[in-house]
Design a protein around this ligand. Structure first.
Ligand code: PLP
Length: 401
């Protein structure tokens, strides 16, 4: 049995992109279905009742994804990329005299800290470096030592390494100390459960072009209604004021400023595909299978992942670059693209790395083709061994310790 048929196929293959563009093995924008693209072919009046109905439907269906307990929450879509919605959440829910503890283990934690710096709001950062997870007991200690901290900001899946942070223990530590939790679940929402009666939080943010498999153009904030009410007057920004957007949407059914109408139409199509697939559980299972197939296939080629299984998300996986002197990431990227796969550079500072996304219109059959393309590419580059350098493995041992 060869490497590529060692995992028996269990599902009907997804179709390749009809315009023959490469698959995007990236964490959003990602490969979308033809039906999602097709939903953008007609125009909608932003003021018209049909579009208002679409907006309401989308808000209700997104809210349903947090399960029992959702009655206490509401969903507020916000124009722009994911960062706009994170900034909207931070600026609207952390009061001007509040103080945030940002849990950082990668680029997106750092970006939240940077956002507070722009906003001029008091904050401290627990910086765990490139990928080490912030743990509940560390959070509890910081909160105990600093009574001025009102909010904790956590990244659910830190997409820069692919680590799934321990959001459960972070939530317990936060509320155990009587503080409030805000979650950036940009790349995890829709595949990792965040049920309101299981994990306590005040607000969570994600965007259209991640695990729901829509196209880029807006994000959404799901927040406790009591926080939405209390957020009046907090925001530093007119356009990113979550309270104002919520209030206006509830009163008029409309977005405050021009909405990305086509993106919303595509997103509704994507949401219905998510539901047909079995919601968070069904989609999560496909992505986990994608990850398992690509990780085991790449390991057979000699590649190593940054993270051990306990921390590997079904969203994106970081692989160390091989130590072989013939390996050069730029060339590997180009040759993979020639074979129809766009991969993603790594973001680690401690070792050379690259990432392969598991999300989007991708399945295990496609993941096997990715591994085969990597195998051929290594051969073309004259790389005999994809093992990483010894220091990369020493670095990895820190997390296992
Ligand atoms: C965890 C996380 N937060 C924030 C962002 C920023 O989103 P955007 O690039 O859409 O602004 C991303 C993007 O991948 C992300 O993964």
């Amino acid at each position: 049995m060869t490497l590529l048929d060692s995992n028996a196929a269990t599902t009907k293959p997804l179709e390749d992109p009809r315009l023959k563009e490469p698959f995007l093995l990236t964490p959003g924008p990602l490969t979308t279905s033809y039906a999602v693209k097709q939903a953008m072919l007609r125009d909608w009046g932003s003021w018209d009742q049909d579009f208002r109905d679409m907006t309401l439907k989308m808000r209700v269906e997104l809210l349903a994804m947090i399960g029992p307990g959702r009655e206490d929450f509401d969903c507020v879509p916000m124009q722009g990329s994911g960062t706009f919605s994170v900034e909207a959440m931070l600026g609207s829910f952390v009061p001007r005299d509040g103080k945030a503890l940002v849990l950082a283990n990668g680029a997106y934690g750092q970006r939240s800290a940077q956002t507070f710096a722009y906003l001029g709001r008091d904050h401290v950062v627990l910086d765990k470096g490139d990928y080490l997870p912030p743990r509940g007991e560390e959070v509890a200690k910081i909160l105990n030592d600093d009574p001025a901290i009102s909010h904790v900001v956590a990244i659910h899946c830190e997409t820069s390494s692919g680590i799934l942070n321990p959001i459960d223990e972070i939530s317990q530590a936060t509320y155990g100390a009587g503080r409030k939790l805000l979650i950036d679940s940009m790349s995890a929402f829709g595949v990792i459960p965040l049920e309101a009666d299981q994990i306590r939080y005040e607000a969570v943010v994600s965007s259209a072009n991640k695990c729901i498999e829509g196209v880029p153009g807006f994000g959404f904030i799901i927040a406790r209604k009591s926080e939405l009410l209390a957020a009046k007057g907090n925001s530093h920004s007119l356009s990113l004021d979550v309270h104002a957007q919520w209030d206006h949407m509830n009163k008029t059914g409309q977005w405050r400023f021009t909405p990305p109408t086509h993106v919303v139409a595509a997103f509704l199509e994507a949401l219905h595909a998510h539901q047909r697939e079995g919601g968070v559980e069904g989609r999560g299972a496909r992505y986990a299978r994608n990850r398992d197939v690509v990780v085991s296939g790449m390991r057979e080629l000699g590649f190593e992942t940054l993270l051990a299984k306990r921390w590997l998300s079904p969203i994106i996986v970081t692989f160390f670059c091989p130590d072989d002197p013939n390996f050069e990431f730029g060339k590997f990227y180009d040759l993979m693209k020639d074979k129809g796969f766009i991969i993603y550079p790594g973001k680690l500072t401690i070792a050379e790395s690259f990432r392969i996304g598991c999300i989007g219109q991708m399945d295990e059959h496609i993941m096997r083709r990715v591994v085969k393309a990597a195998q051929q590419t290594l051969a073309e580059m004259g790389v005999e061994n994809a093992n990483p350098p010894a220091d990369a493995l020493l670095e990895r041992a820190k997390l296992d310790a």
